[in-house]
Ligand binder design. Structure first.
Ligand code: FES
Length: 548
């Protein structure tokens, strides 16, 4: 009997002799490649989720991969029977937030003033000629996340959005969070992370309905590690206390005037105009990166009189609090639990993820699932809902213990696969929540304000966009503010990057703004541990007396 191979949910009998890449082609799955199965481009990665032992030995071209990743062109099914299941990078299947909502600068409430301009057939960047063409002048804004990458293509002469796209960051083979990527990049010379990403970016850009050589400028935002990896900077220092980007260190030493970075399209290994300017927006400090800086631009903090907060919940949660007069920012290492990591039935927000949960009637679970597919696991918003519902119905107490000494709550019994939540999962989620809440308390108390002083609370990012606010308030993940104050703003980082791309003056405003931000270092806050312990409990976030 031949082995049963499933790639991206499509199955085929693997009779041997062909690579996973060949089988993927046979079932119509598009595998990224630039070398056509030569083992050189390193782009054809798949993540094997079942049947790793049935596959051929690791070949020399794939020794750089960690975990369950393989190069599909180098991997063969050896066994005569059994199941192998794998996925290409989940481009197009991930629910990635490309848009922003409810922001003051939406609908271009600023002057179109790009750096790339035209003088006859001369194309200029800041007045210097970079080429001659009568074609369009285009630009790309990029939000380079640890997990996902979002690109927006815009016409720099009209400000119109031409296209956008998103995909899973292929650097996942070097670990799922920034500290592992830093360790990977330090241990593996050759800029493998950067090169692999550049390959995927090249495919994404070439799929845009334009000539890539008409792209003359690109604005890149991302956390400090992702941004610096892209610009070929050493990221070693970001992984060591006091966790600083090399650009931050050089600026403190007087070697540079800003933490922003600039390189050409050619050096970026992208198919855009070779003299295009690729601008990496400035970081704030430490792990509080250029994505958080871009959020400040998107919420127009430079002109904001009201006290606002921005919270982007993720593996590293970013927090910004303030107004035009004073701004505080922090980064909380919350871990991957709310992204489904380290949870028995957890998964990212892909098709098949349970995204909403309600307990109805005699305790049955009503489940909302992403996509038209049977449930496979629970993503972050579903985890928040299930915790909230267990708490509401008394099946879990505020310490995260299940009633009647059970260790597991089953949401769904299905043939072959139950979907459940373990008490140990709840512990993981409690700690992730504890870190977020501790961050909130530390930043607010350092500012000398209480939650009620906030007039607008932006929940940024894809996770913040899709979570149920009432559930989040009940378990104490976000403060119990009036719902009218909470804006589920979506991808504010890409919005900020787009604004910086379309306006030189806004870009300068961003450069000025980051210098004024006070970095609240949570690890040195005297009450952080106390806040953390308090935050691990599942109850609404209580105001804590301010350290005024
Ligand atoms: S196709 Fe290039 S390494 Fe596999």
């Amino acid at each position: 009997m031949p082995a049963n191979l499933t790639i991206n949910g499509r199955s085929i009998e693997a009779t041997g002799g062909q690579s996973l890449f060949d089988y993927a082609e046979a079932v119509g799955v598009d595998v990224p490649t630039s070398c056509r199965k030569q083992g050189k481009c390193k782009e054809c990665m798949v993540e094997v989720v079942e049947g790793m032992s049935l596959l051929s030995e690791i070949a020399e071209p794939e020794t750089h991969l960690k975990g369950n990743f393989r190069l599909s062109c180098q991997t063969f099914v050896n066994a005569a029977e059994g199941n192998v299941r794998c996925y290409t990078m989940r481009r197009g299947h991930m629910r990635i937030e490309r848009h922003a909502f409810g922001l003051p600068l939406s609908n271009r409430a600023f002057e179109l003033d790009p750096a790339a301009t035209r003088d006859g057939d001369r194309i200029l960047i800041d007045g210097l000629e970079v080429g001659r063409s009568t074609g369009p002048i285009l630009g790309i804004a990029m939000d380079l996340g640890t997990t996902t990458v979002v690109l927006r293509l815009v016409d720099l002469e009209t400000g119109e959005l031409i296209a956008d796209t998103s995909f899973e960051n292929p650097q996942r083979f070097g670990g799922s969070e920034v500290m592992s990527r830093i360790a990977y990049d330090t241990e593996h010379p050759g800029r493998l992370l950067m090169r692999t990403l550049a390959g995927y970016l090249t495919h994404a850009i070439e799929k845009f309905p334009v000539d890539p050589k008409t792209i003359y400028e690109m604005v890149v935002v991302g956390n400090s590690t992702m941004r610096d990896l892209f610009f070929r900077q050493s990221v070693y220092s970001i992984g060591q206390n006091p966790y600083q980007s090399i650009t931050e260190i050089e600026m403190a030493e007087g070697k540079r005037a800003t933490t922003s970075l600039v390189q050409t399209g050619l050096r970026s290994l992208l198919p855009i105009h070779p003299k295009a300017r690729v601008y990496g927006a400035p970081i704030i400090s430490g792990h509080v990166g250029a994505d958080a800086a871009a959020c400040m631009l998107a919420v127009d903090l430079a002109h904001e009189e009201r006290l606002v907060a921005v919270m982007d919940i993720g593996t590293n949660t970013e927090l910004i609090v303030g107004n035009k007069h004073r701004i505080l920012a922090a980064s909380c290492p919350a871990g991957p639990a709310f992204e489904g990591g380290a949870i028995a039935c957890g998964m990212p927000a892909l098709d098949g993820a349970i995204e909403s949960v309600e307990i109805v009637d005699e305790g049955t679970f009503r489940l909302g699932v992403i996509g038209d597919t049977p449930p496979e696991g629970i993503c972050g918003s579903g985890l928040i809902d299930v915790l909230s519902e267990l708490l509401r119905t008394g099946r879990m107490n505020d310490m995260g213990r299940f009633e009647d000494d059970v260790r597991r709550v089953t949401l769904l019994r299905a043939e072959g696969k139950d979907i459940f939540l373990l008490e140990s999962d709840v512990n993981e989620l409690a700690q992730a929540k504890g870190a977020n809440v501790a961050g909130l308390h530390a930043v607010f108390s350092s500012y000398g304000i209480d939650f009620d002083d906030i007039e607008v609370f932006y929940l940024a990012g894809g996770f913040g966009r899709h979570l149920n606010v009432e559930s989040s308030k009940r378990i104490g993940l976000v403060p119990s503010l009036a719902s009218s104050k909470i804006v589920q703003a979506g991808n504010t980082a890409i919005e900020g990057a787009t604004i910086a791309l379309l306006s030189k003056s806004k870009r300068q405003e961003l450069e000025d703004l980051v210098r004024r931000v006070e970095h609240c270092r949570l690890e040195t806050h005297p009450s952080f541990f106390e806040f953390f312990v308090e935050g691990c409990q599942f109850k609404p976030v209580e105001p804590i007396p301010c350290a005024r």
